[in-house]
Write a protein that binds this ligand. Structure first.
Ligand SMILES: C[S@@+](CC[C@H](N)C(=O)[O-])C[C@H]1O[C@@H](n2cnc3c(N)ncnc32)[C@H](O)[C@@H]1O
Length: 293
């Protein structure tokens, strides 16, 4: 990814700082946003050599309009959102994201998350657990897993990631290569961090932060996120709306983007072989239009 010198970019998901570094190397200024203070500290050290061209904002990317320079009226040339958790977060046992590593049932990307994974599995009503497993995990065995969670916690509350992973494996068995807790862990993580809610707010905030002509790039790893981005961009890049029963098409009040790629861009085979976690990534790119107000 490249940005021209003197452009100002918000990297809304700073993580390890890899994308920010690419922008900085081409001369741009970057504001790195992350809700994880550990990620911010790590990236600040990694990118210190870029001096004042790199700055950070601790918070949710849904809060982009609250970034001090944006508040002072400076709009940005580009926004990148590379959704989900970072490898650093996943690989760190004590963050509780992995069903392969013993750790506390945490899964918060940062301290601002209103709950942790233990709160959900130990206290949420069974129906709500079923709902998130279905909705966020697209888990067809949601009822069976939620039932097992509720029976287990009645005897002994869940404490660690492996308590939960083992309970799920016992409930649904293991077939194939994928661990049977994969979808449930993803669903619980998305609920802990209110990931879809944050994305919906961020999409609506983009025109408050981006210059007319500026670009929005979003990388998703999950069909629900991709669907949300695709629908938002499709609607907001449609100039006229038409419905059966209307005498003629009407101007779309939400028309404000131009799609720079009609379809999602998938990673190349080379990218997947150097980073297997990229295999389900989809990139969508759009440009904010310069419309008369
Ligand atoms: C997939 S990683 C980004 C990796 C990064 N592009 C890189 O090059 O290293 C996602 C990062 O975004 C952060 N993140 C995810 N959702 C967020 C949100 N709603 N607000 C702020 N940060 C978020 C996570 O804490 C994580 O550090």
């Amino acid at each position: 990814m490249k940005a021209d010198p003197d452009k100002l970019i918000i990297d809304g998901t700073l993580g390890g700082g890899g994308h920010s570094e690419m922008f900085l190397k081409t001369g741009a200024r970057v504001i790195g946003v992350d809700r994880d203070p550990e990620a911010l500290a790590h990236a600040r050290t990694r990118l210190a050599g870029f001096g004042s061209r790199f700055s950070t904002f601790e918070g949710n990317f849904s809060q982009m309009p609250e970034i001090p320079s944006v508040q002072q009226g400076e709009l940005v040339d580009g926004i990148l959102l590379d959704l989900g958790v970072s490898s650093r977060q996943l690989d760190s046992a004590e963050r509780g994201f992995s069903f392969m590593r013993e750790g506390p049932l945490d899964m918060r990307m940062g301290p601002s998350s209103p709950r942790n994974a233990a709160d959900i599995v130990n206290h949420w009503p069974e129906a709500d657990i079923v709902r998130i497993l279905f909705e966020y995990g697209e888990e067809s065995k949601a009822r069976r897993i939620a039932g097992a969670i509720v029976r287990h916690r009645a005897v002994k509350p869940f404490v660690t990631t492996l308590d939960l992973a083992n309970c799920i494996e016992k409930a649904v068995g293991r077939t194939g290569k994928t661990h049977p807790a994969t979808k449930a862990f993803q669903a619980i993580r998305m609920a802990v961090n209110e990931e879809l809610e944050s994305l919906a707010i961020a999409l609506n905030n983009v025109p408050k932060v981006l210059k007319p002509g500026g670009r929005l790039l979003i990388i998703t790893f999950h069909s629900l996120e991709d669907r949300m981005v695709k629908r938002f961009l499709k609607h907001s890049s449609t100039e006229f709306l038409d419905e059966p029963g209307w005498p003629e098409p009407r101007p779309n009040p939400d028309f404000q983007f131009r799609l720079l790629s009609r379809k999602a861009i998938a990673p190349s085979a080379g990218e997947i072989s150097s980073n297997p976690r990229a295999r389900s990534a989809k990139l969508r790119v759009a440009q904010l239009l310069n419309l008369p107000s």
